[in-house]
Design a binder for this molecule. Structure first.
Ligand SMILES: [Zn+2]
Length: 82
């Protein structure tokens, strides 16, 4: 069997694969250095984008809380989050 593509491994990471495909993929990854490396790359990509998304969400939430408490608080908050 050939190597997995980045798209395949992305689906594997996101649980977007049926049970048999997942099983075969896991088995392949155990023995394949190349695909394992690709998976690691994808994993750190995913972590990074998740962190960025979380930071943006936290900022939004904080701004929502501060709304109605006057512009001064929001401005101070933006300085802190910079
Ligand atoms: Zn492979």
């Amino acid at each position: 069997m050939g190597h997995y593509t980045k798209l395949d491994l992305d689906r594997y990471l996101n649980g977007d694969m049926n049970t048999l495909a997942k099983f075969l993929c896991r088995h392949h990854l155990r023995h394949c250095y190349e695909c394992g490396k690709l998976l690691e790359e994808l994993r750190s990509d995913n972590d990074l984008s998740r962190e960025l998304r979380l930071a943006a969400e936290r900022k939004q939430q904080a701004e929502k809380i501060c709304n109605g408490r006057g512009d001064k608080t929001v401005m101070r908050l933006e300085e802190i989050l910079k």
